[in-house]
Design a binder for this molecule. Structure first.
Ligand code: SF4
Length: 198
């Protein structure tokens, strides 16, 4: 059970928690220390370029004949304790489809859960017509590839579990274990705080 005065998380917090739980911890207890790295600046620039190109493209990349696109859609649902800004929303006659642009060569579970979080937010606040929200797309900028992600029951369960863990970390303010994938620490901006890795 989540307390009423719990934190409201950003969708990016969920992604970062799945990537490494400590990143969420540092964000929560040391919000002022995060530097803007070259990698982040490059990611922001790539997003902007992708958005401009996307406005000129057809929806064939997503296997769709028609649909309306909205960009940078702000989303906030207090009942989900979640907020975020979606890169692109495709609305068809029957579906709402979130699309997240990624400056990455491959997809991963942290990205899939982030996409599902946008789906949950859309369902909570942008879906008066009860359109289907069953999938989303990760658009991998380097390869210009759209990867479809199905919002399966297993992914939904992982999302619920991760959100519960987010609240425990933020409320308990205890440093969680580092990621088991130590390769992720190599270029992490919080590495100087993690003396027990690498
Ligand atoms: S250095 Fe490693 S363990 Fe520490 S926050 Fe970064 S990814 Fe996580």
């Amino acid at each position: 059970m989540i307390a009423e005065d719990s934190f409201v998380f950003r969708v990016i917090d969920l992604k970062q928690y799945v990537y490494c739980p400590r990143i969420l911890y540092y964000h929560t207890v040391l919000p002022q220390v995060r530097p803007l790295t070259y990698k982040m600046e490059a990611g922001i620039a790539a997003h902007t370029q992708t958005e401009q190109k996307e406005k000129r493209r057809s929806l064939r990349t997503y296997g769709l004949q028609q649909g309306e696109r909205q960009f940078n859609v702000p989303l906030y649902a207090p009942e989900l304790y979640l907020s975020g800004e979606l890169d692109m929303l495709i609305e068809t006659a029957t579906e709402l489809i979130p699309v997240d642009f990624k400056q990455s060569k491959q997809e991963g579970e942290h990205f899939r859960l982030q996409l599902l979080a946008y789906g949950r937010l859309l369902n909570a606040i942008c879906n008066p017509q009860q359109k289907t929200i069953r999938r989303g797309f990760l658009y991998l900028i380097p390869s210009r590839q759209a990867v479809e992600v199905s919002f399966t029951p297993a992914l939904q369960r992982k999302f619920d579990k991760a959100m519960a863990q987010l609240h425990l970390i933020a409320e308990g303010q205890q440093m969680p274990e580092p990621t088991k994938k130590s390769g992720r620490c190599v270029d992490c901006e919080f590495r100087r705080f993690c003396n027990d890795v690498l």
